[in-house]
Structure formats: C-alpha cells, structure tokens
Write a protein that binds this ligand. Structure first.
Ligand SMILES: [Fe+2]
Ligand SMILES: [Fe+2]
Length: 340
C-alpha cells in the first residue's frame, strides 16, 4: 500500500475527455468519456486518503466521528420562507446567498498559500506515512485550489462555480454585489488551552477542526440551495437552467466529500498519536482534539446560529418592508417560520 506521496502527485488530476465549462466559464475538474464528473486533483489524492484511512483503522484508530447532521436544527429562513421570497419577487435574497457562498468559497484559497507548522517535531510517532505528514506536501494546497481555483490560469474553483450556477438560474439581473459578511468571531477562540504545547501547534489543530465545521455548515447550505433550484415551482421560466445549476452544486458537493473525509482523517490521526510537550512529557492527541472540537461544536450549534439568525432576520425584514404589499408578505413569511 502506497503511503508516501509527492506534492506533484497529490496535485495531479485525472485525464478528462471534456473540461467543465458552464455559463461561459472554464471550471475545474472535467468529465470522463461517459460524461461522469471527475473532481480535480484526485488521481492520487483520492487513493491516498483511502490508504491512510485504512492504515489508521489497522492501528486501531478511526476518522473523527462527526458528520453534518450535528448542525441539524431550525433554519432561518426556512425552506418555505425562502421559497416565498423568490415567488414574491424578492429573489435577490437567494441570489445574494449564492453570490456570498461563492465569495466565502474563494476565501478558502488561503489554504493553498498557508505555511502550516510541521507537527512531526511535536509528535512521538513518525508521521511520514500518514496524512498529517503530507499537509504541507500538497494536501492543503490541493484543498485551497479546489475552493478558490487557479485565477492565473483562468480556471474557476468552487467560487466561480457558484457564480456560474447563479447566473444559470437567474440569467441577467441587475442586483448590486452583496456585502460579504465577516465571520462572526468566536469570543473564546483566542484562549490558549494546553500551555504545555507550542501555541502554533494548538492553533493548527484548532484550525483543522474549525475547517471541518465550516465544511459541515457548507454541506447543509448546499443541500438547501439545491432544493430551491430543483423546486418545480421556482424559476418557472428557467427550469432547465435551474436544474443544470443544481447539477453544478452536485459537483461541488462531490468535491467537498474529499475535504470532509480528509479533515476527519487528519483529526483522527492526531487523536491516535501522542504529542511531545515542551517539558519533554507526553500528551494524548485525543485529549487535544476532543477539547478543541467540543468547544467548536458548542459554539457552532448553540451560540453562533442565534447570532446569525438575528443578523439575517433584520436583513430579511428590511427587504420585505420594501415590497409593495409588505404587510401581506410579512404575515405569510412569519407563518412559514420553523418552530422550535
Ligand atoms: Fe468548497
Ligand atoms: Fe471544501
């Protein structure tokens, strides 16, 4: 089983019979001779993640046990509310969601340029045959390019895929570019637990855990957008284009599967290892990963959704207030809220 890879290998893509081109934009990945979508940079990265996962399990470890369902819960706006807004001519809300999603994906490109600290000097075990030994050897770079593309080569990543699918569904509109909200910062994110480890190492584990949570949140948002695009009552003039837009979301979701699998793998590997502390002691990786992950999950499932809902509610109410029949639409909107 091959367990070490060069950066070049981890960035290599399958040969495609046809590139991915949508709404006049060249996008990453492509299609095989049978028309099946091939995500980018998976030629070796896919088998590598499988091999490392198998090896981790053989050592008695496993992927971090978590999936997007931990973010299940009330959604604001609900699917029914979002649908009402589109039907009442307030589709700008959904157009903004698609646009903002693209811009947030673009931020992920930072992974391609980031210099991550090496975990190896701070771990007891040799990680040269593990995924965490390859983070700076192509894994984070490939992930970042998936998100933000290769603008210098004119190839769009997830960012441009969202803009392309938005334009397919909506056609030409003259909505202004929405403001892309800053991330709502977590108040205790700067706190440094585990003073026995270098801050940069703890921050890096935190960064990976936080990234996994962001992928989960994205996954739920993508499923939501797809439901809107596939709703037979929405985009009545542009059904075919909206269906095609939903297909592009499918491709993005295919790409993201590897991101989730990889991040669960990195955190699973770290959980199975022992850190070397600054005073020469040992600290179980599991304790570090669990403490950081549990903190993030609490923030993301309890505190953060409330803050986001407040911000969104204000925005949507203002938009409805500008509707010529604001009172009627507002009453209908409120009646479609999901109840706790
Ligand atoms: Fe993405
Ligand atoms: Fe991703």
């Amino acid at each position: 089983m091959k367990l070490t890879y060069s950066e070049e290998e981890l960035l290599a893509s399958h040969a495609c019979a046809r590139p991915q081109r949508e709404a006049g934009r060249l996008l990453h990945g492509g299609f095989d001779a049978d028309g099946r979508y091939l995500p980018p940079r998976l030629l070796h990265r896919g088998p590598a993640v499988e091999a490392w996962t198998e090896r981790l399990r053989a050592r008695g470890g496993d992927l971090l046990p978590a999936d997007a369902s931990l973010l299940a819960g009330i959604r604001f706006p609900s699917g029914a509310q979002q649908k009402l807004l589109i039907q009442e001519g307030l589709g700008q809300t959904f157009w903004n969601i698609l646009t903002v999603t693209g811009h947030i994906e673009a931020r992920g490109r930072i992974l391609a340029d980031l210099e991550f600290p090496e975990f190896q000097p701070w771990l007891h075990e040799d990680v040269s045959e593990m995924a965490v030994g390859h983070l700076n050897r192509g894994l984070l770079k490939a992930h970042g390019i998936d998100e933000g593309g290769e603008p210098q080569r004119g190839i769009g990543g997830h960012d441009v895929m969202w803009f392309a699918l938005r334009d397919l569904a909506f056609g030409e509109v003259d909505y202004p570019e929405p403001e892309v909200p800053e991330n709502i910062a977590r108040p205790d994110a700067e706190a440094a637990p585990f003073p026995e480890l270098p801050g940069a190492i703890v921050r890096s584990v935190y960064f990976l855990a936080n990234l996994l949570l962001i992928e989960f949140r994205a996954e739920r948002g993508f499923a939501f957008s797809q439901r809107m695009l596939r709703d037979p009552e929405l985009f009545p003039e542009r059904r075919a284009q909206a269906e095609r837009a939903a297909e592009i979301v499918d491709r993005i979701r295919r790409d993201e599967e590897l991101h989730v699998d990889s991040l669960r793998l990195y955190l699973g590997e770290l959980s199975s290892l022992d850190f070397r502390t600054q005073d020469g002691g040992r600290l179980a990786g599991r304790r570090v990963v669990n403490a950081l992950w549990n903190g993030i999950v609490h923030w993301a499932t309890v505190e953060q959704p409330r803050l986001v809902a407040e911000r969104t509610r204000e925005l949507l109410h203002a938009r409805i207030a500008a509707h010529p029949e604001a009172t009627r639409v507002r009453a209908a909107f409120d009646a479609l809220a999901e109840n706790a």
